[in-house]
Design a protein around this ligand. Structure first.
Ligand code: ZN
Ligand code: ZN
Length: 172
């Protein structure tokens, strides 16, 4: 995107020890789509030692999604966290560890940007199956009624008639 990152930590003159940050950004500014509403908030704790930095991030985001079962819109809070190790220079030191949550810092880097990582970790919190609630009853495929709100009897009939067809087939 080229624009200035929303979640950016200046590391050029950072002393060793623990540093804490609070950031807020609009979802679109960090590349989240329009399903995400409200401000994305992060609490970051950076522990800097001589050759590496250990970063812990807690993320608060929220979005509204369409339920896979009843197709109603629902609001969901999405809180997640991740940690990342930033290592100075030498790639060989990183290869030894073979960990995925490691990023390499080169000597000319004056800051670290968290936008991409935050976006990816927020996206990971979206469940495979989006449900407005665990026990969502969905809608009736016959009459279209939302079974969370109203009930109908056509589902039973539909099952019965399909069963009848099967019975006829097996008898012929
Ligand atoms: Zn639902
Ligand atoms: Zn029905």
């Amino acid at each position: 995107m080229g624009s200035l990152a929303e979640f950016r930590i200046n590391i050029s003159k950072l002393s060793e020890g623990i540093h804490e940050y609070h950031f807020e950004a609009e979802p679109l500014k960090i590349g989240l789509d329009e399903r995400f509403s409200g401000t994305v908030k992060i609490e970051a704790k950076l522990d800097k030692s001589l050759r590496q930095m250990f970063l812990q991030v807690e993320i608060q985001a929220e979005g509204s999604f369409f339920c896979d079962r009843c197709l109603e819109n629902f609001h969901q809070e999405m809180n997640t966290a991740y940690s990342m190790v930033y290592v100075q220079g030498a790639r060989s030191a990183v290869d030894l560890n073979k960990k995925e949550d490691i990023q390499i810092l080169t000597a000319d880097m004056n800051y670290i940007d968290l936008d991409d990582d935050v976006r990816q970790y927020v996206l990971l919190t979206i469940p495979q199956k989006l449900l407005c609630r665990e026990d969502c009853q969905g809608f009736c495929p016959v009459c279209g009624v939302n079974k969370n709100i109203a009930s109908c009897t056509c589902n039973d009939q539909a099952v019965d008639s399909r069963w009848d067809v099967l019975k006829k087939l097996s008898h012929n």
